[in-house]
Structure formats: structure tokens, C-alpha cells
Design a protein around this ligand. Structure first.
Ligand code: UD1
Ligand code: UDP
Length: 393
């Protein structure tokens, strides 16, 4: 029996690690599966744990309002010292590129515990874009012994850095396992779909607005390197687009990072960030809906209903192409070029003109839209967790 400790702390890590927790727990004679969350995120992490019905064995509960990178790194590192001593795992599994994952890998290394890295080998090559994630994942690769690369390209990146080929496994991305799980749940359950509609209504968006062919643009944003001017340009473009296309709905589930909300308030005005239904709200942009972060099931439901996704998120770049949704990525670089190559993703950066023109083209030009909305899935087939567990076995 081997003890496997999975450590994660933010919303996307949880979405991508929870299916793996479940898969490992199917082998109780082979693995003792222990989950430690750092709580780098709180509400957004707990939302995911609830959806996947996972109760962590350890919770460092480190989140502070407006925490910086020093806070997160040091609190995770120190917090894990005793957990690692107590659990004494045979292996630690970390995910991706957050500060939780790198600090956790380092904490394990300090006790000479082998680390396996899930979602390994993504690279932009620019250590400031995304920041600090590109450096986080490079450091984690250096520490890790086992590397679960989602695609052949991510494997190539690791080989270029002299990672030994026998320690790399191409698995697909576990986010597709999570996505398919939710899509399947939704498809087979009309009551669950109705539930999502009600939850969305309470959150501030009435999905029945789409029943007469109205189109929906789904927006998210949270990258640290975009804070400040980048976010102001993104918000200004969105505001102007919503005025140019009054018959299109814009829905923006806002990340809880205060740096995300501040520019929204600055560009739109505080009174616009209300979650009233448009009919009773006296805000001026009646087709723009700012809502709180959604539970994963609601978010997937909304992604399926959307026409275009406008985002700087990593995970959404992987999910939306699988649903046939064109994605405009508000970043200058991406570590996920596979969907760029297949044409469902375009990089628009935080350039006002580029965001305006690319969204307008997709809304006005049916051929351009159809070219981008072919469902492709370069990131996985829903069996990534199965491959990882087989390898560990
Ligand atoms: C973090 C990760 C980023 C990842 C993103 C996913 C780092 C450095 N950043 O960025 O790689 O893409 O999560 O969303 O690891 N907050 C809450 N409640 C929550 C979550 C956040 O209130 O549930 C607020 C807090 O004020 C917190 C702030 O957001 O201090 C920033 O959170 P933090 O995890 O430091 O950065 P993110 O921008 O979320
Ligand atoms: N997501 C969610 N609710 C939301 C917004 C996003 O559940 O309101 C999901 C989304 O489907 C994806 C993940 O959160 O799986 C992406 O998280 P985020 O954009 O915060 O982080 P990143 O992927 O950029 O690290």
C-alpha cells in the first residue's frame, strides 16, 4: 500500500485534481489517498470541493484578503512542513502552475519525497507572461520526478529541458475528465438543468433571455500581469462592445480578486455591478451582467449556451474548444498553442482595437464564426486520470 498525498489550493487546481482523487480512491488496496488543500482560494475552492463531494483530510486555510506572492509562498511552505511529517507520503501530487503547487513541490523536496506533476510541460518561454505562473511551472518541473504531460507538445517542452523521457507520460488534461463528467450529468438530467437556470437567475442572469435567438458572450479575467492598464483596456473594450451590440448579452462572472473588480468599477461605474435582473435594474448597460463566481456546473452550463468566450483563463482555453465555442484570449502569450493551431482560439491580448475587431468579426461574419466554432479537443479524451493511475499502479 502506497500513500499518495494530493496537494492543491485554487479553483482550477481543484477542478483538475478532484477527478483524480476519485480515480485513486477506486484502488483502496493499492493506495491510501490523502488530500491536503492549502486554501489559497477559499470560497472558490470550496465551491469545487462541494461539487465533487470531496472533504480534504488537511486544510491549511491560508487565504488572506489581497494576499501577495510572499504571503502565499511562505504560508504554504511552512504549513506543509508538519502535514508532510505526519502523513509521510510515498509520493506528493501537485498540479499546474499556481504558487500553491510550486511551494508544495518545494516543501516535499525538503523532506526528499518524490513529486509527481500533473499538467506538466506547458510553456510560453516568457517568465513574465503569465506571471508568476510560467516560472512556477518551470520550477516545479525541476523539482518533480514524474511528469504527466497533457499533450505531445508539452512532452516535447520537457524533453528540451532534459527531463528523462521514461519519467514523462502523455495523459491528456484532467480538465477534460472533469468537463465530460459535468456535461454528462447535465445532459441526462433535466431537473439539474432547471436547477442551473434557477441558480443563474438568482445570481443575476435570466437564461430565458436567450430563447429568442439572442447571443451570449461569456467573459472571465484574472491574470496578474493584466492588472492595471491591461484590465482597464479590456473593460473599456467590453463596455463599448456592449453598446455597439445592444442585442447581445454579456455575462461576466467576476473573479474574487479585488484587483479584478476595481477596474470594472472604474470603467463601468459601481452602480453597474449590481446583480438585479435587467428589467428591474436602472443601470445603463442593460445587456451587461456582472455576477459572482459560478459553481462549476453552472459555469459549464453557461459555457454551452454561449456564442463566444472572452477570457484570460487557462482552464477555459482548454474546455471551450471541446464545446465548439470560439475563444478570444486576452493575453499576449499562451502556453496552450494546440487550440490556436486548430483555429478555435485566437490571441487578442489586452489591446482595445484587437478585442473590438475580433469580437465584431465573430458577431458579424457567419463564415468567420463557423470557421472558429468547430469542436476540437486537443487537450484530452476524458481518460487522463485513468492513465495517471495506471502509471502509478
Ligand atoms: C490564483 C493563481 C493563478 C490561477 C488563479 C485561478 C497564483 C499566484 N495565482 O490567482 O495562477 O490562475 O488563482 O483563479 O498562484 N479571493 C477570495 N476568495 C477566493 C479566491 C480569491 O476572496 O476564493 C481573493 C482574495 O482577496 C485573495 C485574492 O483573491 O487574496 C487573490 O487570490 P490569489 O490566489 O492570490 O490569486 P488569484 O488571482 O486568485
Ligand atoms: N470556472 C468556474 N466558475 C466561474 C469561472 C470559471 O467554475 O465563475 C471554472 C472554469 O470552467 C475553469 C476554471 O474555473 O475550469 C478556470 O479557473 P480560472 O480561470 O480561475 O483559473 P485558470 O484556469 O486561469 O488558472
Amino acid at each position: 500500500m502506497k500513500t499518495i498525498l494530493l496537494i492543491f489550493g485554487t479553483r482550477p487546481e481543484a477542478i483538475k485534481m478532484c477527478p483524480l482523487v476519485h480515480k485513486l480512491k477506486q484502488y483502496p488496496n493499492e493506495f491510501k489517498t490523502i488530500v491536503c488543500v492549502t486554501g489559497q482560494h477559499r470560497q472558490m475552492l470550496d465551491q469545487v470541493l462541494q461539487i465533487f463531494n470531496i472533504t480534504p483530510d488537511y486544510d491549511l486555510n491560508i487565504m488572506q484578503q489581497g494576499q501577495d506572492l510572499y504571503d502565499v509562498t511562505s504560508r504554504v511552505l511552512i504549513g506543509l512542513r508538519d502535514v508532510l511529517k505526519e502523513v509521510n507520503p510515498d509520493m506528493v501530487l501537485v498540479h499546474g502552475d499556481t504558487t500553491t503547487s510550486t511551494a508544495a513541490a518545494l516543501a516535499a523536496f525538503y523532506q526528499q519525497i518524490p513529486v509527481a506533476h500533473v499538467e506538466a510541460g506547458l510553456r510560453t518561454g516568457n517568465i513574465y507572461s503569465p506571471w508568476p505562473e510560467e516560472m512556477n511551472r518551470q520550477i516545479t518541473s525541476r523539482i518533480a520526478t514524474y511528469h504527466f504531460a497533457p499533450t505531445p507538445l508539452s512532452k516535447q517542452n520537457l524533453l528540451r529541458e532534459n527531463v528523462s523521457e521514461e519519467h514523462i507520460l502523455i495523459t491528456g488534461n484532467t480538465v477534460i475528465d472533469a468537463l465530460y463528467m459535468i456535461v454528462e450529468r447535465l445532459k441526462n438530467d433535466v431537473d439539474l438543468q432547471k436547477e442551473q437556470e434557477q441558480v443563474l437567475f438568482k445570481a443575476g442572469y435570466d437564461i430565458s433571455r436567450l430563447s429568442n435567438g439572442k447571443r451570449l458572450i461569456l467573459i472571465t479575467g484574472h491574470r496578474r500581469e493584466n492588472f492595471g492598464d491591461g484590465f482597464i483596456r479590456m473593460c473599456t473594450a467590453m463596455k463599448d462592445l456592449s453598446e455597439k451590440y445592444p442585442d447581445v448579452d454579456f455575462v461576466y462572472p467576476m473573479h474574487l480578486n479585488p484587483n479584478v473588480r476595481q477596474p470594472i468599477a472604474e470603467v463601468f461605474g459601481k452602480e453597474e455591478i449590481c446583480n438585479h435582473q435587467s428589467s428591474i435594474c436602472n443601470k445603463s448597460h442593460k445587456n451587461f451582467f456582472f455576477i459572482e463566481p459560478l459553481q462549476y456546473v453552472e459555469f459549464v452550463y453557461l459555457m454551452e449556451k454561449s456564442t463566444i468566450v472572452l477570457t484570460d483563463s487557462g482552464g477555459i482555453q482548454e474546455e471551450a474548444p471541446g464545446l465548439g465555442k470560439p475563444v478570444l484570449v486576452m493575453r499576449d502569450t499562451t502556453e496552450r498553442p494546440e487550440a490556436l493551431e486548430s483555429g478555435t482560439v485566437h490571441l487578442v491580448g489586452t489591446d482595445y482595437d484587437k478585442i473590438m475587431s475580433e469580437v465584431s468579426t465573430l458577431l458579424d461574419d457567419e463564415v468567420a464564426y463557423n470557421n472558429m466554432s468547430q469542436a476540437v479537443n486537443p487537450y484530452g479524451d476524458g481518460r487522463a486520470c485513468e492513465r495517471i493511475v495506471k502509471y502509478l499502479l
